[in-house]
Design a protein. Structure first.
Length: 343
């Protein structure tokens, strides 16, 4: 099945072409095109994504990207299925993709399927990558992005139960807010990671929120308090004569966030008898988080799965993967923007 997928839930305008084969238990994906146009430079002066600006940019970019794609893989109009993200995300941004996809489906006379963005992240480890091992179930998945921090107990590719999520800020949001406190540019996640490499992760003992509650079987997260601790620390210690000051704050914050994510995920994997651990979503692009989770999985005897680096942050290839699985499941989502769509 040739799938043309469109993703506009936040500030990346993305279109992919994927050829999907195989069954619902063992889907396979060949990526013919994975185009992403980032709006970072447009939103950077505002320190975050401005929804209506994002919508306007998506509307400008989508036809340009599509026209450039016609020579890649299959001809655009030969797609068997058009897929589009319907949520969660910024609603004005979602509208742009949905409106474009609807017109395309009409023009090409092809079926249109609405896709859950978080399901896209969840399936991203199934896309081509170096790790050829097959996912074994049950699995625990940690999805970490700018808007979500979710732990899922996964029975198979189409059945799961949410066992934990953030009660306030998502971990990506915490990275972005701490970066802003340190006067680093948007998006802050990669900037914190870069700066943290120069600092001492043990320099400051920031709190590890919700770790104590693990003993009560609580798999929820909270990152607002950790961000506030950084705020108070800066208020009390800045300016500082220490030339490593900012790097130490970045490294210590990252260490606290990673500690909580890894400990909770591993404990969930133990408690629910998982064979694999899946780590995905934009924050999974953080090498320190990936290597910490991978090492801990090895120590604890779990197989570790994460997507190829380019499929961690938002892309339309993961939307095509989710579209194929949803299509085989005959699962239909309304073709309507739903900013709060849950997984
Ligand atoms: O999945 P994603 O691309 O978009 C959403 O669905 O939200 O995730 C974006 C989030 C942002 O908060 C960004 O700062 C964070 O992922 N992020 C990172 C890194 N790369 C992206 N956070 C920490 N370290 C990184 N290297
Ligand atoms: Zn995302």
């Amino acid at each position: 099945m040739k799938i043309l997928a469109i993703e506009t839930s936040c500030d990346e305008t993305a279109i992919s072409k994927v050829v999907a084969t195989g069954t619902i238990k063992s889907p396979r994906f060949k990526v013919a095109a994975n185009e992403i146009s980032s709006q970072i430079n447009i939103h950077r002066p505002f320190g975050g994504v401005v929804p209506n600006l994002a919508k306007r940019e998506h509307e400008i970019n989508l036809p340009i990207i599509l026209a450039n794609l016609d020579k890649k893989g299959f001809k655009n109009k030969d797609a068997d299925l058009i897929a589009v993200t319907v949520g969660p995300g910024l609603e004005p941004a979602l509208w742009a993709g949905i409106g474009f996809a609807k017109n395309l489906a009409k023009e090409y006379k092809k079926p249109l399927i609405g896709v859950n963005h978080m399901a896209g992240h969840l399936y991203s480890p199934l896309l081509p990558q170096k790790n050829k091992a097959k996912l074994s179930f049950p699995a625990i998945a940690l999805i970490v992005s700018g808007g979500h921090t979710i732990l899922l107990n996964i029975k198979d590719l189409t059945h799961w139960k949410k066992i934990g999520e953030t009660v306030d800020d998502a971990v990506g949001e915490a990275f972005d807010k701490v970066a802003r406190l340190l006067e680093l540019p948007y998006p802050g996640g990669p900037e914190i990671e870069k700066l943290a490499k120069l600092g001492d992760p043990k320099a400051i003992d920031f709190p590890r929120p919700m770790l104590k509650q693990l003993n009560e079987g609580n798999f929820n997260f909270s990152f607002a308090g950790l961000k506030t601790s950084v705020l108070y620390y800066l208020r009390d210690h800045y300016p500082s004569a220490d030339k490593n000051f900012a790097a130490n704050v970045a490294a210590s914050f990252q260490q606290a966030a990673v500690d909580v994510l890894v400990k909770k995920t591993i404990r969930a994997a133990e408690e629910f008898g998982a064979r694999s651990v899946i780590l995905c979503g934009g924050v999974a692009a953080n090498n320190y988080l990936r290597s910490s989770m991978k090492d801990q999985c090895k120590t604890s005897g779990f197989k570790f799965f994460s997507p190829a680096f380019e499929y961690n942050t938002d892309n339309a290839t993961m939307i095509a993967a989710a579209a194929y699985i949803q299509y085989l499941q005959k699962k239909k989502l309304p073709i309507k923007a739903n900013g709060n769509l849950s997984i």
